[in-house]
Design a protein around this ligand. Structure first.
Ligand SMILES: [Fe+2]
Ligand SMILES: [Fe+2]
Length: 391
C-alpha cells in the first residue's frame, strides 16, 4: 500500500523495500538463502549511462586532495605483507579468546564469558565445539568480506563511467585498483591460511545486486561507499582489535586505510550532489539506505555457519537477535554509517524518515560519532610505515 507523505513523495512499504512487513520477521529472514552455491558466474543487468565530460577543469579541492593521497598510499599485497607467517586457526581462536578475556565462548564475537547459555543450542558446547565454531566463523566472515570486496570493485568501476565530474572519475580509478588489491588479499588469505571458503550470503548478494542494477550514479555511491564500505570499515576495525594473528592484523590495517578514503569519497561526492535534490528524491535515498542497513544486519546473523555446524538455525538466530551483547556488536557495525548519513542530511530529510527507521533498528545512538569525511588522514598506516622505515 502506498501512502502520500507530507513531502509529496510516494512512500514504499516495508514489503516493497525489504520483502517483509516486520523488520524482525525471523521466518522471512531465514527464507532468504543461497540456493545456487555452485554458481561460478553471476550476471546482473545494469543499464547505467556512461558519461564523458569535456570539462577537464580541476574544481573540486577535497576530491583532488583525496586523489593525491590515493596515489601515494598504494601498497603491494605480495610484498608489503609477510605471507610466510604460519596460521594455525585453532591456536588463533584460543589466543583471541584469551587476549579478549572471553573464554572459549568468545568464538561468538561479542559474547561475554558469563553469558548464561543453558537452555540454548550452545548448552552442551565444550572447548572442541567452541573452537570449531571459531574456525567456521572466521572462514565465513572472511569469505563475506571477499565477496563484498568484489562488489566494491564492480561498483567503483561503474562509478568511473557514470559520475559526471572529472575529479571523481580520477579518484574512482584509484579505488578500482584498491579494490582489486582487497579481493586479491582476502582470496589469498582464505586460500593459503584458512580452511574453506563460503559462498556469498544471500542477503549480501541481494544488496550488491540492487546497488549494481540501479541506474542512478549516486545510488552506487550510497549503497557501496556509504553503506557497505561504512559497515566494512567498522567491522574490519572490530576484528583488527580482536585478532592476535599478525598477518591478518596488518592486512586489515592496510585495507582499513584504503576503506577510510573510499568512505570519504562517498561523503564528499554525495554532500555536493544531495544539496541539489528535492525532498522526494531524498526520500528515495533514505529508503535505499534503510534497505541496505536491513540487508547487512540480516547477513551478520551468519545463518550458513549454524547450518554447517548442524545447529537449529532458527533457534540460534533468535538467540543472536535477543542477546544484549550481540545486539551491541551488531549495532557497532553501524557506528560509521549513521554519522555519515547525518552529515549527508539523510537522517532528517523528508520529515526525519530515516531517523525513525534507524531508531527502530537500534542504531541511532551513533549519530554524533565522528563522520568519515576526514578520517582517512589518521588511518593512513601505509604512510606511517613508510615514514618509520625512512627515519
Ligand atoms: Fe575494499
Ligand atoms: Fe573500499
Amino acid at each position: 500500500m502506498k501512502t502520500q507523505s507530507q513531502s509529496g513523495s510516494t512512500e514504499r512499504t516495508n514489503e516493497e523495500m525489504i520483502g517483509r512487513a516486520d523488520v524482525n520477521d525471523l521466518e522471512a529472514i531465514l527464507s532468504v538463502t543461497n540456493t545456487d552455491v555452485d554458481e561460478i558466474v553471476h550476471l546482473i543487468r545494469a543499464e547505467q549511462d556512461a558519461l564523458f565530460t569535456w570539462d577537464y577543469e580541476r574544481s573540486r579541492g577535497a576530491l583532488i586532495k583525496l586523489y593525491e593521497k590515493a596515489k601515494t598510499s598504494q601498497w603491494n599485497a605480495e610484498t608489503d605483507l609477510d605471507w610466510s607467517i604460519d596460521v594455525d586457526q585453532e591456536k588463533v581462536v584460543l589466543a583471541n579468546a584469551e587476549q579478549n578475556a572471553m573464554g572459549a565462548s568468545g568464538a561468538l564475537a561479542g559474547l561475554a564469558p558469563d553469558t548464561d547459555l543453558a537452555d540454548t543450542p550452545f548448552a552442551k558446547f565444550g572447548e572442541k565445539e567452541w573452537i570449531q565454531l571459531g574456525i567456521e566463523s572466521q572462514n565465513w566472515t572472511l569469505s563475506q568480506f571477499l565477496h563484498g570486496e568484489q562488489g566494491a570493485l564492480i561498483c567503483t568501476a561503474q562509478i568511473v563511467e557514470t559520475v559526471p565530474w572529472i575529479d571523481a572519475k580520477y579518484y574512482a580509478s584509484t579505488q578500482v585498483m584498491d579494490e582489486a588489491r582487497h579481493v586479491e588479499v582476502f582470496a589469498k588469505y582464505l586460500n593459503e591460511k584458512l580452511s574453506g571458503m563460503y559462498p556469498i550470503n544471500a542477503h549480501l548478494r541481494m544488496l550488491l545486486d540492487d546497488i549494481i542494477a540501479d541506474s542512478r550514479w549516486d545510488m552506487t555511491y550510497l549503497g557501496m561507499q556509504i553503506m557497505v564500505e561504512g559497515l566494512a570499515l567498522a567491522a574490519f576495525g572490530f576484528i583488527h582489535t580482536l585478532t592476535t594473528e599478525p598477518l591478518l592484523k596488518k592486512l586489515l590495517r592496510y585495507v582499513m586505510a584504503d576503506e577510510a578514503r573510499h568512505v570519504a569519497f562517498g561523503v564528499l561526492s554525495l554532500k555536493e550532489y544531495y544539496g541539489e535534490l528535492t525532498a522526494k528524491e531524498m526520500r528515495e535515498r533514505q529508503e535505499f539506505a534503510f534497505e541496505a542497513a536491513v540487508r547487512m544486519r540480516d547477513r551478520f546473523l551468519q545463518q550458513e555457519v549454524w547450518d554447517r555446524l548442524g545447529l537449529p538455525v532458527k533457534d540460534v538466530v533468535k538467540l543472536m537477535m535477543d542477546l544484549p551483547e550481540r545486539q551491541f556488536f551488531q549495532a557497532m557495525l553501524f557506528s560509521k554509517i549513521v554519522p555519515n548519513c547525518k552529515k549527508l542530511g539523510l537522517l532528517d530529510a523528508a520529515d526525519g524518515w530515516l531517523r525513525e527507521r534507524f531508531t527502530e533498528i537500534g542504531v541511532i545512538q551513533f549519530e554524533d560519532w565522528v563522520d568519515t569525511g576526514e578520517e582517512y588522514e589518521a588511518l593512513d598506516e601505509v604512510a606511517k610505515d613508510r615514514a618509520a622505515v625512512a627515519s
